[in-house]
Design a protein around this ligand. Structure first.
Ligand code: ZN
Length: 140
C-alpha cells in the first residue's frame, strides 16, 4: 500500500522540499492509512519536542562574562606562546649585557688566575746595564 514510501517521503520532507507529486502521495496516503498518519504525527511531535529542548539553551547570568573572559585568556595565551621565544632571547641578551658590564666595571676586582709554572718573572734586569764610564775607560 506504500507505507514504506510514505515514511521515507515524510522523513525526506524535513530535509528538502518535496515535489507536487510527492506531496500529493503523502496526502492521499494519510487519508487512506490512518495508522501511518498517527505514527507520523507522533514522530513529528517527538521531533519537535526534542528540537525545542535542544534549541533553548540554559543561559546563566554571567554567561557573557565567562565567554569574554575565556576569550581574553585564550588571546593572552596565544600571544605569550607567540612571543615567548623572543622574550627568552631578550632575557638571555640582557643577562649577557649585564654580565659584560659588570666585568668591564669591576675588571680590577676580578680574580687573577696565576699558574706558577707558566709565569715569567723578571727577577733581574734582562738587559745588563752597561757601565758607561767603565766602558769608556776600557776603550781608551
Ligand atoms: Zn500507511
Amino acid at each position: 500500500m506504500g507505507c514504506g514510501r510514505y515514511r521515507k517521503l515524510h522523513y525526506a520532507a524535513r530535509d528538502r522540499s518535496l515535489s507536487d507529486r510527492e506531496l500529493e502521495f503523502l496526502e492521499r496516503h494519510e487519508t487512506a492509512c490512518p495508522e501511518c498518519a498517527k505514527s507520523m504525527r507522533h514522530a513529528t511531535d517527538a521531533l519537535d519536542f526534542l528540537r525545542m529542548s535542544a534549541l533553548e539553551p540554559e543561559t546563566t547570568t554571567n554567561f557573557n562574562d565567562r565567554i569574554l573572559r575565556r576569550h581574553k585568556v585564550e588571546s593572552v595565551r596565544a600571544s605569550v606562546r607567540y612571543w615567548s621565544p623572543a622574550m627568552l632571547g631578550a632575557v638571555a641578551a640582557g643577562l649577557t649585557l649585564l654580565a659584560a658590564m659588570q666585568m668591564i666595571a669591576q675588571s680590577s676586582h676580578l680574580p687573577i688566575f696565576k699558574v706558577p709554572a707558566s709565569e715569567a718573572r723578571l727577577t733581574s734586569p734582562a738587559i745588563p746595564s752597561l757601565d758607561r764610564l767603565n766602558l769608556q775607560s776600557s776603550w781608551q
